[in-house]
Design a protein. Structure first.
Length: 314
């Protein structure tokens, strides 16, 4: 009996040692993969309006911190390649850039949210990153369950398209853009309300001077948009995947070819019937008239809803 216990203990030790070796080899591979992909990961594909904030984020996100987070994230998804992980890195950086500007920003992809959780697990490093990048912490507010938020999703799309390029990678993570409406209420509000009103309603209260300048440029771009200038959106999009002018054009016209062009840029399910959705009249922010989320994209195992939010920022 004693010998059986000794043999069993020896086998268990051998199994544990083998698992430790496999774990060490796996993490060594993760570190090697991350080093090779690091420069690609730091390039978030921002538009000119977000240039300075993107540079600040690059400076604030340190290699050692990102490497630890990357290994933890890939441990959670062992079948995920580094190129796939790099895609989620691009989108969490884009999301946090938006969250640094706007009062509240809902999250619409569970794996991007999971990467944020991995960042938060290193509390000291995360807080230092936020301080260096945005001047104060960007808080994570989880929800107990997925919540359908079409207005928040439209607001997310409205902000995203002015700050970042839209390509197949964006669509694979977030799903179709403007599925819940073109955001006509947001466009009209930013076009017609004065800057102080928009700052009070939409801009993050703790914004530093750099973030304030980006918000002001964001507002100015919309206020100064002219239909004749935005009409050249095809060439601008073809050049660098800048869909911001396509949005500004379609927000100001009832172009009969809209649906065809919209599906090409913003995803196959974008505004299937009309670019003035039935949700449009209700949209707003911070409970005033509500802005909403969308169903999770095709990479989500928990929901097919790209307008469902798992958390938000503040």
């Amino acid at each position: 009996m004693v010998w059986l216990l000794i043999i069993g203990a020896a086998i268990l030790i051998l199994i544990l040692q083998a698992e430790l070796k496999r774990g060490a080899a796996r993490h060594e591979r993760f570190e090697k993969d991350f080093k090779a992909a690091f420069e690609e990961i730091k390039n978030i594909g921002h538009l000119e309006i977000a240039e300075q904030l993107a540079l600040s984020m690059n400076e604030a996100l340190h290699y050692e911190y990102m490497e630890k987070v990357n290994s933890e994230f890939r441990d959670k998804f062992p079948m995920m390649s580094q190129s796939q992980a790099a895609l989620y890195w691009r989108e969490i950086q884009r999301y946090l850039l938006m969250a640094s500007i706007f009062k509240s920003m809902d999250m619409f992809n569970p794996k991007v949210d999971e990467l944020w959780h991995s960042m938060l697990n290193y509390q000291d490093e995360y807080q230092q990153f936020c301080k260096d990048f945005a001047g104060c912490e960007i808080f994570h507010h989880p929800k107990t369950e997925l919540v359908y938020k079409p207005f928040e999703r439209t607001f997310f799309d409205f902000c995203y398209v002015q700050l970042f390029s839209i390509d197949n990678s964006s669509l694979s993570v977030w799903g179709p853009f403007f599925k819940e409406g073109i955001g006509q209420v947001y466009f009209s509000e930013f076009m017609n309300e004065d800057l102080s009103y928009l700052k009070d309603k939409y801009m993050r209260k703790q914004a530093n001077l750099e973030i304030i300048r980006v918000f002001e440029t964001f507002v100015s771009k919309i206020k100064n948009s002219k239909l004749e200038d935005a009409a050249d959106w095809k060439n601008l999009y073809r050049y660098n995947n800048d869909a911001s002018y396509a949005y500004l054009f379609f927000a100001q016209t009832d172009d009969c070819d809209y649906q065809i062009h919209c599906k090409h840029i913003f995803g196959d399910d974008s505004l299937p019937h009309s670019h003035h959705s039935h949700h449009e009249g209700l949209s707003g922010h911070d409970g005033d008239t509500g802005h909403g989320g969308s169903h999770f994209g095709s990479d989500s195992s928990c929901s097919s809803c790209t307008s469902c939010s798992s958390c938000s920022s503040s």
